[in-house]
Design a protein around this ligand. Structure first.
Ligand code: NAI
Length: 338
């Protein structure tokens, strides 16, 4: 039985029908890893999203408490909690969008790849559940290392015969959010007016901000380019070190994930011109996965937007990014195929 929400009491009172009609126009969203540092604020933000009619909160710990808490917010989405592996299938059945921040985060001195051994297995189990219970859902994968967990998810879906590359999206929005913030600081303008494409992947040198393509168009000195590229690539480590053992980015990540999920939901609703960066199956380079701008629509990724003209600095960065990405992608694929 789902736990923690007043929904059980409401259904006992025979009001379930009336509640579900009220929310019937929205999307059903599941959050896997909902009790974590990202999961909790992301649950809050998704409960505030008017496009969400049903919000399922799944974790292996603490979902009754998180669900009870979130369910008291007077917004439209009906919240239900699910605790532990035996409730995974109920959590996933009928979902339109599944967001995955489940797994362990970095501590100081760790790279995202150091998380591989634990998170790879978690992502595999959750994706097996998705194949079985909501094979048509769009998946937003946050668990690190994203450069490997997205290929892992793809392999799991291929084995189950449910793979559709348009529906599997690695979340790299935090890199864009950071890039917008840092570039706005340098330019002395409002970050809401800045849009920096960040391509490649989501770890160290694979995070490639295209500062020559910033909107609104602007130019930077060599020092500014070097400072900005370094700060954007190491933004995650900046937070890990400041938190000094208490985890990695959670609040800015929840904001970024909520922004990305909202873009996916607006695309699914049929809104035109929704473009976000994401790490997806791609033919933009010779690698099988790559992050670029993508256009989102009813079925997920509807168009992969080409890289556009790169300057010499970006072309050199692209070569470095591709070299590291190739290894991370292969590591993910081998984890499932071995
Ligand atoms: P956290 O440790 O605070 O929370 C993770 C949650 O996942 C915990 O509540 C835990 O119980 C749950 N969990 C563990 N195994 C599970 C399973 N088998 N099924 C369901 N839930 C399970 O970690 P935090 O800070 O929320 O980070 C989560 C992940 O997100 C990490 O892998 C982290 O590296 C990644 N991350 C990704 C970013 C991105 O830009 N894509 C940015 C920041 C973090």
């Amino acid at each position: 039985q789902p736990s923690g929400s007043r929904m059980e009491d409401i259904s006992l009172l025979g009001r379930e029908d009336c509640r579900s009609k009220g929310g019937a126009s929205g999307f059903k969203v599941a959050l896997l890893g909902a009790s974590g540092g990202i999961g909790q604020p992301l649950a809050l933000l998704m409960k505030m999203n008017p496009l969400v009619s049903v919000l399922h909160l799944y974790d292996v710990v603490n979902t009754p408490g998180v669900t009870a808490d979130i369910s008291h917010m007077d917004t439209g989405a009906v919240v239900r909690g699910f605790l532990g592996q035996p409730q995974l299938e109920s959590a996933l059945t009928g979902m339109d969008l599944v967001i995955i921040p489940a797994g362990v985060p970095r501590k100081p001195g760790m790279t995202r790849d150091d998380l591989f051994n634990i998170n790879a297995g978690i992502v595999r189990t959750l994706c097996e559940g998705i194949s079985k219970c909501c094979p048509n859902a769009i998946v937003n994968l946050i668990s690190n290392p994203v450069n490997s967990t997205v290929p892992i998810a793809a392999e799991v879906f291929k084995q189950a015969g449910t793979y559709d590359p348009k529906r599997l999206l690695g979340v790299t929005t935090l890199d864009v959010v950071r890039a917008n913030t840092f570039v706005a600081e340098v330019l002395g303008i409002d970050p809401r007016e800045v849009n920096v494409p960040v391509v490649g992947g989501h770890a160290g040198v694979t995070i490639l901000p295209l500062l020559s393509q910033v909107n609104p168009s602007c130019s930077f000195t060599t020092e500014e380019i070097s400072y900005l590229t370094d700060r954007i690539q190491n933004g995650g480590t900046e937070v890990v070190e400041a938190k000094a053992g208490a985890g990695s980015a959670t609040l800015s990540m929840a904001y970024a994930a909520a922004k990305f999920a909202d873009a996916c939901l607006r695309g699914m609703r049929g809104d035109a011109g929704i473009v976000e960066c994401s790490f997806v199956a791609s033919q933009v380079t010779e690698l099988p996965f790559f992050a670029t701008k993508v256009r989102l629509g009813r079925s997920g990724v509807e168009e992969i937007i080409p890289l556009g003209p790169l300057n010499e600095f970006e072309r050199a960065g692209l070569e470095k990014a591709k070299k590291e990405l190739a290894g991370s992608i292969q590591k993910g694929v081998s984890f499932i195929r071995k």
